[in-house]
Design a protein around this ligand. Structure first.
Ligand code: ADP
Ligand code: MG
Length: 831
């Protein structure tokens, strides 16, 4: 890689000899008819010609124009899966990989053994597979095993406009793999597909593609969509407002599907529940189960010859884009704003929600409400593509999965909250989190466009046009706003040592790369750079440290490097099941119900207070006594997970004990997933993680605390001593290496009453004060042995190191025999 990256040499475009075959596909007549109406079909000749002539092409077309479903079929028919290689297509989302493989199998009348999918721990790929849909992460792992991807003749990168980190890295890697393959006489094609025309990062990037790949645009006409802005922008309860707006549309506007955009799973369920309550879906029979059956029967799709195991989504011909669709300019909605669509007088204008109209009014048409988000079970997801029951109105409540990856038939109204949940990285604490923020103009327009697929539509925006004007124009590439240590580790595992030289479509900052490299060295995932030599050489070496065997093991775990380190250490003292539980619960955002929630009435407030006392008592119980107390908030997490599993992880148990049921279910799923991942790199017998675990023994608690320290070492804090207090506000504060201001233990923490001298924390959250979240005690004598890089050896320092006690000499003299050697228990991983 390195070599070709430095001297990009691509001769004149060679025409790789293509199989002059045409592989017939036996499609059903109604499918064939519907395909012919898709905009990409009109361009098949042009597209395939370009594919034949060029190693790489970029295909742009509005969502719904047929890129994802048709491109693999074009390639299949042109013989690209007839030789040794198969057709691979990557999706940034699991939902899309699964549902698109099923859809294409159905369209081609081929079994799922031939048109298959692979997502992280699940798939139906066989040796007969010819078209393989997968998540981008899966292909990245495959590149780690075989850099030349010899199994494939074509790779299609779908949804490249989303600029997900893995997509970006894949494009960078493939820009090197494709010429290498062609040089070796094993021709390979790369097709980058985007729903927007903003592709300069791929095409005008000499480092990536020395000769720019041709861009083929598929013209698609979009029906006009009237945009209705809100006059004011709800900041607080936008979820409630979305609900009201949807109710109004259903009650007042002519038939047509409704698509609601929210930011996350919890909101989606909340709105679904309220809508179902407001507009109960009356079933024809009283027996729900039976009714479901007849329901399914009427929707069953004509059985396919090969008798597929998977229930086929039923296509709904009427809901196809019935007319040739145009568009093709960046923004089909440009110029359509509140003024132009006649906000005031528009007959479909719903006005603002004033007061609370009777949401329970019973309209003549029942509302058929369906949720849609990435983690939803595939059978549930498939429902949005099936015809809704006769005489109902479809209402899909979705996250931004529905923005570009999936085209839902029959949508006429879009309700957009204007927000998106994104992963944010706090440079101060170094911990990433999910936050809801405004989306970009481009993505709000994409959302609106979903309403104009089959006929003119309407988009109701829960924000004002002024707020829209403040949105950023495009969503920035994910890579620029997140920590890069995990991807640096992944790339080092691919033996790309000089990550700075990698041809990223958009490169992360040098500063971010350096920080990542430093953290990975301190975690032992990368080899240490030399300390002697010419300054220039040392500096250069710091940015090209090779991966260690530990780093390779860590790279195979689907968690951030700090947590991966803990998993790699977990085997000692049979701690693995606990480490897995701890990592799983730290990865899930918040497992406890909020005890500080404001009460709605006085009555409720006294009830909440009583409840709070009881729940606090419960948490103290989980924190345990004696040595386990030192594990602090982590022990509370472990206790909660353990207790919940013993009780069978029921919603009732969670409710009475102040736990979020969804979080507990997620933790259970993650524990299974992490166990598999850890077992996969282990050459000794694997561990079996029983969902029920006994409380850890005393020595296990000590071992766990050390493992935490080894992983979260850069999140170490020392209690400020009396003599160091310069400001009364510093009392009970802690010093950290990263912050100038002190941080504090939250009153709800298990360690609040007995603050230890040293602690590690998961993250710092700023509320009324800078509080550390998830705190655990550290014995000072462990620090020099587990974190020598943070210690000073030798005589006491004149000026104390910023956070360590005046001299680490004292720390060292503390050393006792309670130290458990933390050795890397993982044997070198086979590569
Ligand atoms: P693109 O990738 O360009 O966004 P797709 O290939 O995903 O477009 O979709 C093309 C057409 O196929 C759309 O009109 C869409 O409605 C239809 N379609 C896709 N998947 C399904 C499905 N599971 N059921 C019914 N129609 C579908
Ligand atoms: Mg698509």
């Amino acid at each position: 890689v390195e070599k070709s990256a430095q001297q990009p040499k691509e001769g004149p475009v060679r025409k790789p000899s293509q199989p002059a075959v045409f592989v017939p596909v036996d499609r059903m007549p109604e499918i064939q008819e519907a395909r012919l109406r898709l905009p990409v079909l009109a361009e098949e000749q042009v597209i395939m010609e370009a594919v034949r002539e060029n190693p790489c092409i970029v295909l742009c077309g509005e969502t719904g124009s047929g890129k994802t479903t048709q491109m693999p079929q074009f390639l299949y028919e042109a013989g690209y899966a007839s030789g040794k290689g198969i057709i691979g297509i990557t999706e940034p989302r699991r939902v899309a990989a699964v549902s698109m493989s099923q859809r294409v199998a159905m369209e081609m009348n081929l079994p799922t053994q031939v048109v298959s999918y692979q997502i992280r721990y699940e798939g139906n790929v066989t040796t007969d597979t010819k078209i393989k849909f997968m998540t981008d992460g899966v292909l990245l792992k495959e590149i780690q095993k075989d850099f030349l991807l010899q199994h494939y003749s074509v790779i299609i990168i779908d949804e490249a406009h989303e600029r997900s980190v893995y997509t970006d890295i894949l494009i960078g890697l493939l820009s090197r793999i494709v010429p290498l393959r062609n040089k070796k006489g094993l021709p390979m094609k790369l097709i980058i597909m985007s729903a927007t025309l903003r592709v300069e990062d791929f095409t005008d990037n000499k480092k990536l593609f020395p000769s720019p790949p041709p861009v083929i645009k598929v013209d698609a006409r979009q029906f006009p969509v009237s945009i209705h802005f809100n006059k004011r922008t709800p900041m607080e309860d936008y979820v409630g407002e979305i609900f009201h707006k949807t109710c109004k549309i259903h009650r007042m506007l002519p038939p047509g599907g409704i698509l609601v955009f929210l930011t996350g799973q919890a909101e989606v369920h909340d709105v679904c529940r309220r809508l179902r309550k407001a507009f109960p879906f009356r079933r024809s029979t009283t027996d729900t189960g039976k009714e479901e059956e007849t329901f399914k029967d009427t929707r069953r799709f004509k059985k396919d010859k090969q008798k597929q195991a998977v229930a086929l989504p039923r296509i709904h011909l009427d809901n196809y884009s019935a007319l040739p669709v145009d568009e093709g300019d960046e923004d089909q909605l440009a110029g359509v704003d509140d003024d132009e669509c006649g906000y005031e007088g528009c007959e479909l204008d719903l006005g603002e929600d004033e007061g609370d109209p009777d949401e329970k009014a019973d309209p003549s048409i029942p509302l058929y409400v369906l949720p849609l988000y990435s983690l939803l079970a595939p059978e549930q997801q498939a429902k949005v593509f099936q015809a809704s029951p006769a005489g109902t109105r479809l209402c899909v409540v979705a996250t931004n999965v529905a923005e570009t990856s999936l085209t839902i038939p029959g949508i006429k109204y879009v309700v957009d909250c204007g927000r998106v949940k994104k992963r944010y990285y706090d440079r101060v604490t170094g911990v990433s989190s999910f936050k809801v923020s405004w989306t970009s103009q481009a993505s709000a327009n994409q959302r609106a466009g979903r309403a104009g697929r089959t006929e003119p539509g309407h988009c109701y925006r829960l924000f004002s046009s002024a707020v829209f004007g403040d949105f950023s124009e495009f969503s920035e590439a994910e890579i620029t706003r997140r920590p890069v240590e995990d991807l640096v580790l992944q790339m080092k595992d691919l033996n790309i040592d000089k990550v700075v030289n990698f041809p990223f479509p958009t490169a992360p900052s040098g500063e971010a790369l350096m920080a990542a490299e430093q953290l990975l060295v301190s975690l032992g995932a990368l080899e240490e750079p030399p300390r002697t030599g010419r300054v220039k050489d040392i500096e250069r070496a710091k940015l090209s440290c090779p991966v260690t065997p530990l780093g390779r093991a860590m790279a195979s775990f689907p968690v951030a490097p700090r947590f991966a380190k803990m998993l790699a250490l977990g085997r000692q003292q049979d701690c693995l099941p606990y480490v897995i539980a701890v990592v799983a619960s730290m990865t899930v955002r918040e497992i406890f119900e909020d005890l500080e929630r404001p009460a709605a009435s006085e009555d409720e407030s006294s009830k909440l207070a009583q409840n709070k006392a009881r729940l606090m008592q419960m948490r103290r119980l989980w924190a345990g006594q004696g040595p386990s107390l030192l594990l602090g908030d982590l022990m509370v997490l472990l206790g909660a997970v353990g207790a919940c599993e013993y009780a069978g992880c029921t919603p009732q148990f969670c409710e009475t004990n102040g736990l979020r049921y969804k979080a507990m279910v997620e933790i259970r799923r993650l524990r299974g997933q992490l166990t598999n991942a850890v077992n996969a790199v282990c050459s000794e017998g694997g561990v079996f993680v029983d969902s029920k675990m006994a409380p850890p023994t005393e020595s296990q608690v000590i071992c766990l605390r050390q493992i935490l320290l080894a992983g979260l070492g850069d999140h170490l804090a020392r209690r400020i001593r009396e003599e160091e207090i310069l400001d009364p506000k510093w009392k009970n504060g802690y010093k950290t290496p990263l912050l100038d201001d002190p941080v504090f233990i939250h009153p709800s923490s298990a360690l609040f009453k007995k603050p230890p001298e040293f602690v590690v924390y998961q993250e710092v959250m700023e509320t009324t004060k800078m509080y550390m979240r998830v705190v655990s005690a550290v014995e000072p004598e462990w620090i020099p042995q587990l974190l020598p890089q943070y210690c000073h050896y030798g005589p006491p320092l004149e000026t104390p190191a910023p956070w360590l006690c005046p001299s680490t000499g004292t720390i060292r003299s503390h050393c006792t025999s309670t130290f458990y050697r933390v050795a890397w228990p993982l044997p070198a991983v086979e590569k």
